[in-house]
Design a protein around this ligand. Structure first.
Ligand code: SF4
Ligand code: SF4
Length: 120
């Protein structure tokens, strides 16, 4: 029995269907910030902060006619970015907070909302 090959970004046709429900594209209306842009950047090994501007919501995976798991590709690309020291300041603070306080927001005070809500 042969194992079915999982589609990868090599199979990407750049059709752009993945961007239709990408919340970052919908919020910014910028092609360069949408799901297809991330697919292109990862394909070309041009990793930058656009890779970090993704919610990992997986809408792109649902829309992709080639059944490419773009969120998983984005997750791997983020790992490469961090390993090469190209993370954002907010990301560094978030990781420090998780190590120190066990959450991304920092020291918690009962009944108070944190002043800064760190994310990538
Ligand atoms: S929907 Fe799939 S094939 Fe089309 S651009 Fe996005 S990742 Fe590539
Ligand atoms: S996982 Fe990322 S790239 Fe894909 S639709 Fe969601 S925000 Fe956009």
């Amino acid at each position: 029995m042969t194992e079915e090959k999982k589609p990868t970004l090599k199979d990407c046709t750049l059709c752009g269907l993945c961007k239709s429900n990408c919340p970052v594209f919908r919020a910014t209306k910028q092609e360069t910030k949408g799901a297809r842009a991330r697919a292109i950047l990862i394909k070309e090994d041009m990793l930058n902060e656009i890779i970090l501007q993704c919610t990992l919501c997986a809408s792109c995976k649902i829309e992709c006619p080639e059944e490419i798991d773009l969120p998983e590709e984005i997750r791997k690309a983020r790992q490469k970015l961090i390993e090469s020291g190209k993370e954002t300041q907010a990301n560094k603070i978030m990781i420090d907070n998780i190590r120190k306080y066990g959450n991304p927001f920092g020291k918690q005070v009962a009944g108070k909302i944190p002043k800064e809500l760190y994310c990538c």
